[in-house]
Design a protein. Structure first.
Length: 134
């Protein structure tokens, strides 16, 4: 996820318009929405923990590529990969949390999983540490 407040600093750093930088949010979001149902269907009988670990590893690579991107084109390419990974992660993580904890802890587990992104956005982690570290 990428806070909207980082678009202007990213656009300025890479010499792109704010509109073009906006693709860094809309493109991964669209791909995540399209990929989420696909990964659930494709997962079939595969252990979802393994899929989640693979997607998290790939997401790490995509985020490192984003941070090191020398141009807006490379950054958008890395963000495409982020979109695919996030679609799979969001589709699997909530359901997996419900399977890994006792029934009375499902709400807590789910809120921990999904609350981290919201907390980072609200706390302004990207502004404080610089956009390339988000």
């Amino acid at each position: 996820m990428l806070p909207v407040g980082l678009l202007t600093p990213i656009a300025e750093a890479l010499g792109a318009s704010t509109g073009t930088a906006g693709l860094m949010i809309s493109l991964p979001a669209l791909l995540a929405a399209l990929f989420a149902p696909v990964v659930v269907i494709a997962a079939g009988g595969i252990d979802r923990r393994r899929i989640l670990c693979a997607l998290l590893g790939l997401l790490t690579v995509a985020n490192i590529a984003s941070a090191l991107a020398p141009s807006i084109g490379w950054l958008l390419a890395a963000r495409v990969l982020v979109g695919f990974c996030m679609g799979g992660i969001w589709a699997i993580a909530g359901g997996l949390a419900a399977r890994l904890v006792p029934a009375h802890r499902i709400g807590l587990a789910t809120s921990i999983i999904f609350g981290g992104v919201a907390a980072a956005s609200v706390l302004g982690i990207g502004r404080a540490s610089g956009w390339a570290r988000v």
